[in-house]
Design a protein around this ligand. Sequence first.
Ligand code: ATP
Ligand code: MG
Length: 334
Amino acid sequence: MATEKEIVVSGIRPTGYLHLGNYFGAIRNYIRMQEDFNCYFFVADWHSLTTHPDPKDLPGNVMRVLAENIASGLDPEKVTLYVQSDIPEISELYLLMNMLAYVGELEKVPTFKDKVRLQPENVNAGLLTYPVLMSVDILIQRAVKVPVGKDQGQHLEMARNFAQRFNHRYGDLFPEPVAFNYGDNLVRVQSLDGKGKMSKSENEMATLYLSDEDDKIRQKLKKAKTDSGSGVPGEPMPESVQNLIELMKLVSTPDTVQFFEDAYNNGSIRYGDMKTQLGEDMVKFIAPIREKAKDLQQDTAYLREIMKAGAEKARANAAQTLHQAKKLIGINYY
Ligand code: ATP
Ligand code: MG
């Protein structure tokens, strides 16, 4: 008998254009995982509502995230690709799980504290309970592996806590999910201005999007922060230069990376050349994805078909979990 494939879940919020961080922190792993695991990947539209997007932007953003994922190499025949709001079972389990989540622990979550600082005028309850909804996204599919970037490590820990708490109180149901990445470490792609990570909803000029035109990519890299002088041999590399080297490691050949590392170490580095080279390699990487995503986005009928088929499969699996959860809780009257 064939052993059952392990279940994987991951989501991306339709909050804007996908960027290099999303690709290397999440999508690259999705593409590899689709071969070996039972993958559920979704567009987290409910999660995006915490920041009150314009209703007329939402449908386009959802379609774009789907198109950009498929353009990056995700195969809808191999993975279950769906939109969160198509799975009402998630909202029901979210309600139930909220009874096991404590306000105190939610208030301590660093991403919540960040949002309170960044958008003090909109500290809604959805922001506070975001980790509960995210946990349910994962637990309801009974996932064991979650390919996410480094910024999500803490949320995953909470998902394990909620799973444990539920299992302990009501009986074993949820496996405890762990963050997953093919490399040794979870990836974090820094923004080009050195301030934090690349992000869909912040730092537009410091983030490289999968939809950026060639000239835009070159222009952004030209403006990226670097050291002023050339490197002093033996001195540790400044963060800004290290940052560019890290980007090179993602899209350039090992020889190219080596060349510029050597140049730095022997004091002959020319940052202009380095940025030009990185610009060209980045264009080579992004352009094909961008063009494919553009075509796919035109084909809304196809994208809707994928959404529908994915939702059907994801709902069926979610419904089983929800049914068992309710039974264990005692919501079992007929
Ligand atoms: P937002 O600014 O709206 O939160 P985001 O860019 O942080 O958008 P998310 O939708 O929150 O993107 O996250 C989608 C996936 O991309 C997650 O797995 C997350 O860990 C990963 N990710 C996001 N930014 C980066 C980054 N700079 N480096 C590595 N991984 C990232
Ligand atoms: Mg984010």
